[in-house]
Design a protein around this ligand. Structure first.
Ligand code: KG4
Ligand code: ZN
Length: 346
């Protein structure tokens, strides 16, 4: 059982952000700490082994910071929640082992959470937006279209066959020499570029026949070929080329994501759309989804940026219903790297 003023510590270490949060039993976010691991910038991508080692260093300080910021004594915690998967296995294990040790030491219940469900629940940190809805979860590690019938009951409609949408943003940014993570930079530069300057391919993958799978690797290759064959060597011409490639690439990603979401709405009869994950920060994607919602007479919603990107508050929010029902997980719960293996089980 969970009371409204009870406090739950949540941990999230599935990728390269070391996150700790404290949420109340009635769903208020009392503190949310995200320690981003700067170490990956020089590699222009997440290095799994470095990420898990960095979690070891950063997780304890993040927990202390979250407890201090919410004026919570560790012995007053009612429960511990943690991401169980999907994610990088070494990274997941750091969070899971820490959560188990805390739960065991404090004699409190412990709940393992599906990271994707966390992304879906993040919206609850700011407003009510309840199923049924179609959700697009797009981040550096995932791109999934889901139909949420009720909270906790999700059907996978389609996923990427290769790169995640955020990964494509990061790789294209790398090709353009923009640094890591690339999404925010491409988003910003695109507003000064021409989205029709380059006709990059859109992988429709049988959209007309109802195909909801996605693919971004062909688009990435097309961008690489364009950069290799047509980039001016320097000066203002190069700057404009970079903006135009960024805008044309972003337009291709957004076109596909919006069209696939539109088809998912048609197939499920849903007119409500939830955007989640780091790519949900993208302004063109938000505008495209808002336009789609208007066209079909529905509604599109997304969390604020801090709740779109990986964070532990969403993991705490996702754990609350189970804790409220008096459920918990055994201390031998395993980490599971792949969504296919993890499923949506409670
Ligand atoms: O959810 P998130 O913080 O971590 C993962 O689970 O991956 O998402 C990070 C991803 C990165 O690939 C980043 O480039 C992308 O989200 N991203 C964006 C934007 N902000 C972050 N992509 C496009 N436009 C943005 N504004
Ligand atoms: Zn994520």
């Amino acid at each position: 059982m969970l009371l409204p003023d009870d406090r739950v510590l949540a941990l999230e270490t599935s990728c390269d952000d070391t996150c700790a949060a404290v949420v109340s039993g009635d769903g208020r976010i009392l503190a949310s700490v995200v320690s981003s691991q700067g170490i990956h910038a020089e590699y222009l991508g997440v290095v799994p082994e470095l990420a898990s080692r960095a979690h070891l260093d950063l997780l304890d300080p993040a927990i202390h910071q979250a407890l201090d910021a919410s004026s919570t004594r560790i012995e007053d915690l009612a429960a511990i929640a943690v991401t169980r998967g999907p994610g990088l296995i070494g990274c997941l294990l750091v969070g899971l082992a820490t959560a188990k040790a805390l739960a065991y030491g404090l004699g409190r219940p412990f709940v393992g959470v599906n990271h994707i469900e966390g992304h879906l629940r993040a919206i609850q940190g700011v407003r009510r937006f309840d199923p049924p809805f179609v959700a697009l979860v797009a981040s550096g590690g995932h791109t999934e279209l889901l139909h949420a019938e009720t909270w906790g009951s999700y059907r996978l409609l389609g996923a990427t066959r290769d790169d995640a949408a955020g990964e494509a943003f990061d790789k294209v940014a790398k090709l353009l020499g923009l640094g890591f993570p690339g999404g925010p930079m491409i988003d910003r530069l695109s507003s000064e570029g021409n989205p029709r300057a380059f006709e990059f391919p859109r992988a429709w993958l049988g959209l007309d026949q109802g195909g909801l799978e996605l693919s971004f690797s062909g688009l990435k290759t097309a961008v690489r070929q364009t950069v290799e064959s047509r980039a001016p060597s320097d000066g203002a011409a190069r700057d404009q080329f970079v903006r135009d490639v960024a805008a044309s690439f972003q337009a291709a990603v957004v076109d596909v994501l919006v069209a696939k979401t539109a088809k998912a709405c048609e197939q499920t009869g849903s007119k409500r759309i939830l955007l989640a994950g780091g790519v949900a920060c993208n302004r063109a994607l938000r505008a495209g989804m808002a336009a789609l919602a208007e066209r079909i007479g529905g509604e599109a919603a997304w969390p604020p940026p801090a709740l779109c990107a990986d964070n532990a508050a969403m993991i705490g929010l996702a754990a609350l219903p189970r804790l409220a029902r008096g459920e918990s997980d055994p201390l031998d719960l395993s980490a599971i790297a792949n969504l296919d293996d993890l499923g949506w089980g409670k």
